[in-house]
Design a protein around this ligand. Sequence first.
Ligand SMILES: Cc1cc2nc3c(=O)[nH]c(=O)nc-3n(C[C@H](O)[C@H](O)[C@H](O)COP(=O)(O)OP(=O)(O)OC[C@H]3O[C@@H](n4cnc5c(N)ncnc54)[C@H](O)[C@@H]3O)c2cc1C
Length: 493
Amino acid sequence: MAEKVVIAGAGLGGLSAALRLAYAGYKVEMLEQHERPGGRLNILQKDGFTFDIGPSFFSMSYEFRELFDSIGEPMPFELNELNPLYTVNIEGREKVYRIFKDLERLALEFSAIEPDFERKAEKYLKRAGEVFHDTEYRIVKKNFNGMLPFLLSMATVPKKHLPKMFRSFWAELGRHFESEDVKIIFSLVAFFLGATPFNTPSVYNLLNYTELKHDGYWNVKGGMYKIAEGIAAMLEKKGVKIHCNTRVVSVQEDAGKMLSVTDQNGKVWNADLFVINADAASFRGKFLNRRGFTEKKLDNMDWTLAPFTIYLGVKGKIDGIAHHNYFLGNNFRQYAKTIFRSTVAPDKPYYYVNVASKSNPECAPEGCENLFILCPVPDRRVKHDWNDADKLADDIIQNLGKRVGYDIKANTISRTIYTPLEWEKMFSLYRGSGLGLAHGMNQIGAFRPANKDEKLNNVYYVGASTHPGTGLPIVVIGSKLITEKITHEHPVV
Ligand SMILES: Cc1cc2nc3c(=O)[nH]c(=O)nc-3n(C[C@H](O)[C@H](O)[C@H](O)COP(=O)(O)OP(=O)(O)OC[C@H]3O[C@@H](n4cnc5c(N)ncnc54)[C@H](O)[C@@H]3O)c2cc1C
């Protein structure tokens, strides 16, 4: 008889784990508090517009191929490589930089500000690539059963990378490039880690390698939610039920095992094994009363920024904007210094804009654009209140309209705002942190909440705040790692 697995949470981590486990012969059932599966990878349909509410592109697309290859099924959605990867608009600069993966073309974009760019970039990215490949299988795609195996694995990473641990991301960029704009653009990825380029070690410039050299960035034809829809349809065919609007409110355990979880209606869900896709750190505190994860301890951990997101349906076509765009101010150092700590909304917001209707006309009525604006803000430990949400949205929309030469405000026919508060409520994101626990050296590998519970032998974790970490391809890797553990420790009989 197959072992029964209950998965709490149907985000991408939970969905991909369900897929692997169901195909390995386990009887899987999923509980999801939201009305739809997908977690942060979700959609909003309103006033004739369809918006992807969270992720809009990803690196390491081959992790999705691996997922479907591993179960012998075709990929249920179509990938689309971004070219250019994105554009960057820095306040006060006339030029909008188009960031190409082709370094020869990118060199032309930077020709006025960074002479000999291509040679410098090749050298910089070669080193970053070495870090990527020297850690991929030793650290990222590896299960650790405790601190010692992790430290032993770390010790196998070639020593030549050691200086990069002690040099900041920004300092490493300074060794290769002179232009402030080039350094700013290359260091944007550091913010995804929950850090600034000034205080994160330069080993993380491997992220520049992933975007500019290795696999680039990808999205999905017809919208990102096709990923969740595609996996959910495959699960249904395989007999896996996803119970939406079902929130786990308590867990029952005995003698080192989880026996069941109970939902908000008092229904008890029994299983042999449990996979927790809710945040691996806050779940341990809230439901398992673990001393290492009390609110006080959680608040002392490092978390990624929170999302302030705006979804706009706009009448007319906006020519002055591409599909993926960053809009930055002209005070980068000041911004980096204050963004994690400021208790007020930023007065010079830095934001990302995705205009999905540029490449996917079905997501907006004819002659209209749909705009997704993401402005990273401090999480709710720092800025608790969001009564000023409309003002921040107005400021961003006005700033954007000015910079792209289109009266967005006057042409808005649909507007929705999610503050960190809504994000926290919708998906139980701790203090509204958008990507979960940060990725400083003190919160990776065995220093991150483990993917197997410390005390309960039948409980595993998958998703952003457990090993190996956050981001769509990374949680897919996480699902592979726990499947390896589960099939080894609790084989189907
Ligand atoms: C605005 C935004 C933009 C992003 N952009 C990108 C991007 O462009 N590229 C990229 O790679 N990544 C991006 N990310 C990060 C990416 O979305 C996450 O890393 C990834 O989706 C995490 O998946 P997950 O399965 O760990 O978590 P989640 O998607 O959060 O899934 C966890 C699920 O568990 C459910 N749950 C929680 N508690 C309970 C409970 N008690 N009972 C039942 N269900 C519960 C939640 O409702 C949720 O559905 C973005 C994130 C945000 C917020």
